[in-house]
Design a protein around this ligand. Structure first.
Ligand code: FAS
Ligand code: PHB
Length: 398
């Protein structure tokens, strides 16, 4: 088999790239490890930056998002018995975010790919990338009991943090940066009306909590929990009780509880692999970087990687310009590190890092308390938060 671009992974990165390339007539094949239903069962991001919204519309999959998504003009930070509104639209001169779940983005992309008759090999195994430093790379994989070889010009590694693409780059040719946080996020999805019309990030002595939503009838809530916790340790009742303990009183009073339809614990880490390109292999999204979800950047950084790779490959195939390939990694990494720093900063300001009688962490907590007060007490500080939350501009090729 032969294609122009082999895409490893049918998450949002792979599907969005495949859709955009197809619109330019650039043939591509996606090879995915699990089933489409399994991917749709993973509950992840909820907030889309304007750049991602625009990209989904450009890919021709924005119709349901525009109909069912919710445009948000602000978010709230709650701490020290006060609620501070970060007026995104006002502070950035018009930028907003769209609340529309990653599950729905993925579903729209899957439906569009299927309708376009594009090839996706779900439930593939033993995926291996070969000769990525040559002009004739190829992928081998097993599917339906058969072994396949896919020859291509380029490989897009959209296979997430645990994928096969990043390890294909020799350890001597890549540098990995990482910070693992000493807690996780316990998330619950419930078919209950959201407790507040905007997201609230709550910092409390009991730990972080967050209120979000997927629609007017479906809510998403999070609690900071120790890494030693297991999801089976948390009954629905225990979750709702602790959430109420961490929400501002006037919000807790309004909380509508109900059975969880999804409940999971996600570890938090900051991670970046440099470079994001090796020969004819490009790393995209979580395959190259991970952020703690406190800044709502994970999915959005994946989208900006896709935008850059889409520009590069369009330039290669439409203009015959291969020189632009060398720009991919640097352009992506400039925006990735901005997202990493913002996510690390928000995580440090809003979570409880203190250990038992640990002066180091208690001193850190005092610094972060002062940081949060300083940046929320004045409009310039709130503008710094707002500019990063809505997303910094995408960079064009030079
Ligand atoms: P993905 O991991 O989504 O997709 C990679 C795909 O590659 C998967 O379908 C996988 O099955 C496949 N794959 C892996 N190995 C393979 C192989 N060897 N061969 C073929 N296919 C292979 N981001 C936010 O912005 N907000 C959030 O609240 C948020 N919450 C999250 C919660 C959790 C538990 C996790 C894990 C992530 C969360 N994220 C969040 C980040 C998340 O949204 C990612 O940024 C997003 O899924 C990135 O998309 P992809 O790069 O496509 O990677
Ligand atoms: C979510 O709705 O899942 C969500 C929103 C914002 C975040 C993290 C998660 O920062």
């Amino acid at each position: 088999m032969k294609t122009k671009v082999a895409i490893i992974g049918a998450g949002p990165s792979g599907l969005l790239l495949g859709q955009l390339l197809a619109k330019q007539g650039i043939d591509n094949v996606i090879i995915e490890r699990v089933s489409g239903d399994y991917i749709l069962g993973r509950i992840r991001a909820g907030v889309l930056e304007q750049g991602m919204v625009d990209l989904l519309r450009e890919a021709g999959v924005g119709e349901r998002m525009d109909r069912e998504g919710q445009v948000h003009t602000g978010v709230e930070l709650a701490f020290n018995n006060k609620r501070v509104k970060i007026e995104l639209e006002k502070l950035t001169g018009g930028s907003t975010v769209m609340v529309y779940g990653q599950t729905e983005v993925t579903r729209d992309l899957m439906d569009a790919r299927s309708a376009a008759g594009l090839t996706t090999y779900y439930e593939s195994s033993n995926v291996e990338l070969h000769d990525v430093k040559t002009d004739t790379p190829y992928v081998t994989f097993e599917h339906g009991g058969e072994r396949y070889r896919l020859d291509c010009d380029y490989i897009a590694g959209c296979d997430g943090f645990h994928g096969v693409s990043r390890p294909t780059i020799p350890a001597s040719s890549r540098k990995e940066y990482e910070r693992v946080y000493p807690f996780g996020w316990l998330g619950v999805l419930s078919d209950t009306p959201p407790v507040n019309d905007e997201l609230i990030y709550c910092k409390t002595d009991r730990g972080f909590a967050m209120t979000s939503m997927r629609s007017a009838t479906r809510s998403r809530y999070y609690l900071q929990v120790p890494l030693t916790d297991k999801v089976e340790d948390w009954s629905d009742e225990a979750f709702w009780t602790e959430l109420k303990n961490r929400l501002p009183n006037d919000v807790a009073e309004k909380l509508v509880t109900g059975p969880s339809i999804e409940k999971s614990i996600a570890p938090l880490r900051s991670f970046v692999c440099e470079p994001m390109q090796y020969g004819h292999l490009f790393l995209v999204g979580d395959a190259a970087h991970i952020v703690p979800p406190t800044g709502a950047k994970g999915l959005n950084l994946a989208a900006s990687d896709v935008a850059t790779l889409y520009k590069v490959l369009t330039q290669v195939y439409k203009e015959g310009d291969k020189d632009c390939i060398s720009q991919y990694s640097d352009i992506c990494l400039r925006r990735v590190w901005n997202g990493e720093r913002f996510s690390w900063w928000m995580t440090n300001m809003l979570h409880d890092f203190t250990g038992e009688n640990d002066l180091e962490t208690e001193t850190h907590a005092k610094f972060m308390e002062s940081e949060l007060n300083f940046y929320t007490d004045n409009e310039a500080g709130r503008r710094v938060i707002a500019m990063q939350y809505v997303g910094l501009p995408y960079e064009d090729l030079v």
